[in-house]
Design a protein around this ligand. Structure first.
Ligand SMILES: NC(=O)c1ccc[n+]([C@@H]2O[C@H](COP(=O)([O-])OP(=O)(O)OC[C@H]3O[C@@H](n4cnc5c(N)ncnc54)[C@H](O)[C@@H]3O)[C@@H](O)[C@H]2O)c1
Length: 270
């Protein structure tokens, strides 16, 4: 018996990272998974896994999203994963960066949810999971201006859908990870002038001494996709190893560690 036996699940950004781990975890628990991504070559690595069907979809393209929805008579769970990280403050964020990020991170979830909701409403049953982040309305993070803005919007979208359709059998939640070891995160480290130092500085903010794995986020997603979470809606599920906690400040107050007198900008680069 799988925890997701009989469920039909559609998700985006399944070619790598959290989306890929979630697609595999969903299938392992018995779901019929439609795994989509814009990157067909990487996506095809999932072909042959029992329970997974792959399809190339750009979630920012309304016609492709609507065609995907039309292919499914029934969808129990929609998992909106696709997202892009822009690095920088508001002064580094050009209009094109702003538009691109909001398009991939927020408008895509609007398009997907709008396309799949009518099918869920027909069945009076549906479950939408959106990928947000702790870098959002939860925590101010340096150099994540438009990213955090977009993820705060994802939290708002999640609560709005949950409120509007709760009486029609729909629930909607979001997942807010801290730092997850994924190919794109590794890419952002490599893009720094001194990747080795950037990695070291970056690890300093991991109070658990390590990053989260994509598989750990996938475990949470299995719970949210399953009926085990049937009474859970309109919530943000934080999985950040305590990153949002201001431990340094708390310890300083208790006299256990000095305050960060002169924070090095590198520490906050990623
Ligand atoms: N990695 C982290 O530390 C972290 C932390 C918090 C939140 N998140 C969020 O989790 C999600 C996944 O992040 P990740 O790091 O696992 O993934 P990733 O960045 O490694 O991969 C993202 C995937 O999205 C796909 N994609 C990009 N644009 C697309 C589009 N227009 N249509 C369809 N697919 C598209 C890419 O091809 C890629 O396979 C994102 O929304 C991200 O913001 C990640």
């Amino acid at each position: 018996m799988g925890r997701l036996d009989g469920k039909v699940i559609v998700l985006s950004a399944a070619a790598q990272g959290i989306g890929r781990a979630a697609a595999i975890a969903f299938a392992k628990e018995g779901a019929q998974v439609t795994a989509t991504d814009i990157n067909g070559e990487k996506l095809r690595e999932l072909d042959g896994i029992q329970g997974i069907r792959t399809k190339v979809v750009d979630v920012t393209k309304k016609d492709q999203v609507e065609a995907l929805a039309k292919e499914h008579d029934r969808v129990d769970v929609l998992f909106n994963v696709a997202g892009f990280v822009h690095h920088g403050s508001i002064l580094d964020c050009e209009e094109a960066d702003w538009d691109f990020t909001m398009n991939v991170n927020v408008r895509s979830m609007y398009l997907m949810s709008k396309a799949f909701l009518p099918k869920m409403l027909e069945k009076k049953s549906g479950n939408i999971i959106n990928m947000a982040s702790v870098a959002s309305s939860i925590k101010g993070v340096v150099n994540r201006c438009v990213y955090s803005t977009s993820k705060a919007a994802v939290i708002g979208l999640t609560k709005s859908i949950a409120a509007d359709f709760i009486e029609q059998g729909i629930r909607c939640n979001c997942v807010c990870p801290g730092t997850v070891d994924t190919p794109s995160l590794r890419g952002r480290i490599q893009a720094q002038p001194d990747p080795e130092q950037a990695y070291k500085d970056f690890m300093k903010r991991q109070k658990t001494g390590r990053m989260c794995t994509a598989e750990e986020v996938a475990h949470l997603c299995v719970y949210l996709a399953s009926d085990e979470s049937a009474y859970v809606t309109g919530t943000e599920h934080i999985i950040d190893g305590g990153w949002r906690l201001n431990l340094r400040l708390e310890r300083h107050k208790e006299g256990n560690s000095p305050p960060m007198a002169n924070p090095t900008p590198q520490l906050y680069l990623l």
